[in-house]
Design a protein around this ligand. Structure first.
Ligand code: SF4
Ligand code: SF4
Length: 452
């Protein structure tokens, strides 16, 4: 029996008025009844484009959804476990509207099946009902592999290698594992305990985590090789924040979004601010503005974006959530100068922008409108305009002009023998799931290399 409703089964969430006062998860998850109702919307399409064209890690979407309709939730989990080490994470943070759900046939005449919400439900059901751990450790083959970076690419790679019996050590310069999942995504979107559970599952597979160890400082690729690591994966992300490059950016109160989110997520450390402007229009800007409205003492939060709402790259659902939480969006506005007094931010000089006709690439360029400057009254500015690579420590590994690691696009092999790379460190900032897909594919190449 197919549920022919054109709308998704709504996931319950905290009321916006309540949730701005806490960092608890906003969406509270499907009940079993809701999950079955939503799963019954799946048409079990023969071509299943959701999986073949939409999911970078090829989760068996119609199969796991079918198990939900039969109330076989653990079996649904085991199907997901074949292809993903982080289903509870993906179900929460994947941009499904661009991926699996963006390709769902049900989306052609209504809303797509809520694949992400169902994946999340299955992972959460497993956590609450099974032993909480995904899989037993595979029998060791005695071969050591190293993973540098414990973000999504590194974790996916480590999980694949460990499932095949490799002894995997994951090195990360930060004190906690998880990379951007741990310090970049706020608790209200991805609670720390969810990530911890996924990390525990990897530990149960035998993955060893060595935190506070930095490439180029505490070890090198050569030193790893001399310690017997037969292959190395580099997945250390693209964490170098791009700055605004406007006068006054050195004033106290101007923060990089990554530093702001790191402090909020890992140390409950908040800026002392009442009026906060977040600059940028991507998903990091959405995480930053939604975290900013939760900063104790914050009374007003703006997002300043130089193009219009239509060009904004952020997930529309996140924009909607931010608006519901009281964030004010100021579109078609560029930044000119940070105004300050006694070394601290007191305002942001802005300028209205207009968009040109689309260029050859179809992109409309923002250009300043003459005599349109104004000052936004803020005492804190968070820059969320992008990030780049910090790969200068990857000795012997060729990088592009922008510092990204150059790899063979089929095998993920770098110019250095036995060293592979994937995720943002290769592509520049992309999605969590794109990084996971790269980590997974690189692991397959590493296995081929190590079995030679
Ligand atoms: Fe969709 Fe992401 Fe899950 Fe793939 S991993 S099915 S893209 S939510
Ligand atoms: Fe089900 Fe949509 Fe995938 Fe078809 S495309 S199998 S309806 S989830």
């Amino acid at each position: 029996m197919i549920n022919m409703s054109k709308v998704k089964t709504r996931m319950p969430e905290q009321d916006p008025q309540v949730r701005v006062g806490n960092f608890d998860e906003v969406a509270t998850g499907y009940t079993e009844e809701m999950a079955v109702k939503e799963a019954l919307r799946c048409l079990k399409c023969r071509e299943h484009p959701c999986m073949t064209k939409g999911c970078p890690i090829s989760n068996r979407i119609p199969d796991f959804i079918e198990k939900i309709t039969e109330c076989e939730f653990e079996e649904a989990y085991q199907i997901l476990n074949e292809t993903t080490s982080l289903p509870a994470v993906c179900g929460r943070v994947c941009p499904q509207y661009l991926q699996c759900e963006g390709k769902c046939v049900r989306g052609e005449k209504g809303r797509p099946v809520a694949i992400g919400a169902l994946e999340r439900f299955v992972a959460d059901w497993h956590r609450h009902h099974a032993d909480g751990v995904s899989a037993e450790a595979a029998e060791s083959n005695g071969v050591k592999a190293a993973v540098i970076g414990s973000g999504p690419a590194g974790l996916a790679c480590a999980g694949e290698l460990a499932k095949k019996g490799y002894t995997v050590t994951v090195f990360d310069k930060n004190v906690l594992p998880g990379g951007v999942l741990s310090y970049g995504i706020p608790n209200f979107r991805l609670p720390g305990e969810i990530l911890q559970n996924e990390l525990d599952s990897l530990k149960a597979l035998g993955v060893i985590f060595e935190n506070g160890k930095e490439l180029g400082k505490d070890f090198t690729i050569e030193s790893l090789k001399s310690e017997g690591f037969k292959s190395v994966f580099i997945g250390n992300g693209a964490g170098n924040s791009i700055r605004l490059e406007i006068p006054g950016q050195e004033l106290s109160g101007v923060l990089a979004a990554s530093a702001f989110l790191f402090d909020v997520n890992l140390s409950n450390k908040y800026p002392s601010a009442e009026k906060i402007a977040v600059i940028g229009g991507g998903n990091v800007a959405m995480d930053a503005c939604r975290a900013a409205v939760r900063v104790p003492g914050a009374k007003k939060v703006y997002v300043v974006y130089r193009r219009s709402a239509a060009e904004m790259p952020a997930d529309p659902a996140e924009v909607h959530e931010a608006e519901a939480e009281g964030v004010e969006f100021i579109y078609l506005t560029g930044t000119v100068e940070v105004i300050g007094a006694e070394g601290k931010v007191t305002g942001l000089k802005c300028q209205k922008m207009a968009l040109t006709e689309p260029d050859a690439s179809g992109r409309r360029k923002p250009v300043p409108v003459p005599d349109s400057e104004f000052v936004l009254d803020v005492d804190c500015i968070i820059e969320a305009i992008g990030s780049g690579s910090d790969n200068e420590c990857a000795d012997g590994v060729d990088t592009s002009e922008k510092g990204y690691i150059i790899v063979d696009t089929d095998t993920f092999a770098t110019s250095c023998e036995g060293v592979f790379a994937g995720g943002d460190t290769v592509t520049g900032p992309k999605t969590v799931i794109a990084a996971m897909g790269a980590g997974r594919k690189a692991a397959a190449s590493m296995i081929e290399y190590m079995e030679k």
